[in-house]
Design a protein around this ligand. Sequence first.
Ligand code: L34
Length: 295
Amino acid sequence: MTASIISGTEIARQIREELKQEIIELKAKHNLVPGLATVLVGEDPASQSYVGAKEKTSIELGIYSERIDRPEKTTQEELMALVDRLNKDPKIHGILVQLPLPKHLDETEVLYAINPKKDVDGFHPVNVGKLMIGEPDYLPCTPHGIQQLLIRSGVQIEGAEVVVVGRSNIVGKPIANILLQKRPGANATVTVCHTGTRDISFHTKRADILIVAAGRPKAVTADMVKEGVVVIDVGVNRVGKTAEGKAILVGDVDFEGVKEKASAITPVPGGVGPMTITMLMLNTVRAAKLAAGLA
Ligand code: L34
């Protein structure tokens, strides 16, 4: 079998089209303009690229966007004061602090300080807890994007054997949580593998849907999957540069090998990445509606 390609670029485009219409209506009917603040501390090139895409997309959709860049040497106090100001700003419905922060900063303290109602990343413990009990206000962007990729490509999730490789707070744990909820587009049997798993292949070979967020190229190879599996590759690894100086990106899955056995697979780039950005826009619209009592 040669896999069909699940295009995140295309599905993200569809969702952005839907959001654009919704934003026009919110403005026309309620004079409501969703507002997003994106905060980047330091100069990590990958983070700059992602935050740049977030800002650009919000402007394209008609979201009010405030981009805040702070130098590497920013102190914890300065960052906390910034979050406090954004918490109080009525034009701002969503606050995104791009991770990872420089090492001298306390990430947890910053994430805890964001008003949960403006936490469009879904990283605040209140929102993590709400997801866990099946009452989410915001689903975290990458896992929500993964769920939408599966739903919109017609993949049967209910009853499926889903195997997740990776247990991070931003991908592995929340995607496992989302897909095990008792609701449409979920209700799967979920297994989570990680660095402490004795035999990863034993689990990955059983997967109908395999979600890989291991953070390492070729973490999953063809011998580790069964014929017909649907593969979602969350990895974005920079493995070098082209002659023109552009970063070469690969996922966590050995795409060339695995695509010969899978029924469907996401590419890198153009898979989960564009969905992460789009779901942030969706959460920002939702935050504006929640603040206005419209959701
Ligand atoms: N607070 N920090 C916070 N929220 C997030 O949701 C993120 N994440 C992760 C890192 N830190 C975060 C992102 O935004 C990962 N991530 C992210 C976002 C976008 C893309 C990849 C990761 C993306 O657009 N990837 C493109 C390639 C972009 C490129 O050329 O560099 C793709 O097609 O995969």
